[in-house]
Design a protein. Structure first.
Length: 107
């Protein structure tokens, strides 16, 4: 029986590890995004980051995360429109991260 190659042994080990929950973090403020991503990674999450709606949709298609953390005030598209587009495709939980304080925005 042939010895497993390094690539196949590595693939076997990766297959045995539980998958880290994936989070898509969409935040236009680089400092806030970096801090939140660091904390999420520190707690074992696999984090994909986007600074705008366009990047969010690209990463969404590529990764299909378990959770979306979304800022409503994005530079290219309002976050509520991002929510509507994602809801048309999925029931993935969306957690809002926003400085908006109006009652309508919170609801």
């Amino acid at each position: 029986m042939p010895e497993p190659t390094r690539a196949s042994a590595g693939q076997a080990r990766a297959a045995l590890r539980p998958r880290q929950p994936g989070v898509l973090l969409v935040e236009d403020d680089a400092e806030t995004r970096s801090q939140v991503a660091t904390h999420l990674r520190g707690h074992g999450y696999d984090v994909a980051e986007a600074a705008d709606a366009r990047g969010a949709f690209e990463r969404w298609e590529h990764r299909r995360p378990d959770l979306v953390v979304l800022d409503l005030g994005l530079p290219d598209l309002d976050g509520t429109r991002v929510i509507r587009r994602l809801r048309a495709e999925t029931a993935t939980p969306i957690l809002i991260l926003s400085a908006r304080d109006r009652e309508a925005d919170k609801v």
